[in-house]
Ligand binder design. Structure first.
Ligand code: ZN
Length: 217
């Protein structure tokens, strides 16, 4: 696969500096690695903690692979049902309605403690009052949307990791493809709610033009 030849991820020099990568500028998009989506959380996904650890290992082993590291968080309002996203009157169907999760400002909405947050350059929050599966539906702390964030940093290639394969990883990666990026989903650094649905999601992503790869490829 593609050789990763050095990088130019130094803070302050990244913007506009292609370095040895030339047009190979790549970002890591970490989707929703939050306490409520990992083991013990309100919507805990098996394997979520291992995803956080694997991302930490990836960034430790390859500190120069990514020009930009972006992380999204589901960030729902404490009041109401967030546009029907929270099951308040009936049991959740785990398709379009869910147990209460990732309420803004609560421990469940925070990043998993093993995620290396010091490496995150841009924080995106989504789902304030509405269902939002794709990180593209969110905004960075400075108000930019994800497409703008990537354009501003000269990013054409995106590696997507996180939780959950069959929901927010799927939606985010599909939007990244639609946004014209070259997208890889790192299959050893995602965790899904449902195994069959996750396989379908990866097949759908492959059909859409994304590459399903291992994190060491
Ligand atoms: Zn949500």
């Amino acid at each position: 696969m593609c050789p990763f030849v050095g990088g130019s991820r130094g803070r302050g020099t990244r913007a506009g500096s292609a370095g040895q990568n030339g047009g190979m500028s790549r970002a890591l998009l970490i989707v929703d690695v939050q306490n409520d989506f990992t083991e013990g959380g309100a919507l805990g996904v098996a394997g979520g903690t291992e995803v956080a650890r694997g991302i930490a290992r990836l960034l430790a082993r390859h500190p120069h692979r990514y020009r930009l590291v972006v992380a999204s968080r589901d960030w729902h309002d404490p009041d109401g049902d967030n546009g029907g996203h929270f099951a308040t009157d009936s049991p959740p169907d785990f398709v379009t309605s869910w147990p209460v999760h990732c309420v803004a400002g609560t421990p469940g909405a925070e990043y998993h403690p093993e995620l290396p947050t010091a490496a995150i350059d841009v924080h995106v929050r989504k789902g304030q009052g509405i269902p939002a599966y794709s990180a593209y539906e969110g905004t960075a702390d400075d108000g930019r949307d994800l497409s703008r964030v990537f354009d501003d940093a000269g990013i054409r290639r995106i590696d997507v990791v996180g939780i959950a394969t069959d929901h927010c990883v799927r939606a985010s990666a599909l939007d990244a493809v639609r946004d014209g990026r070259e997208v890889r989903v790192l299959s050893d650094l995602v965790a899904g709610v449902d195994a069959a649905a996750s396989e379908r999601a990866l097949a759908e992503l492959r059909a859409a033009g994304a590459v399903i790869a291992g994190s060491e490829e």
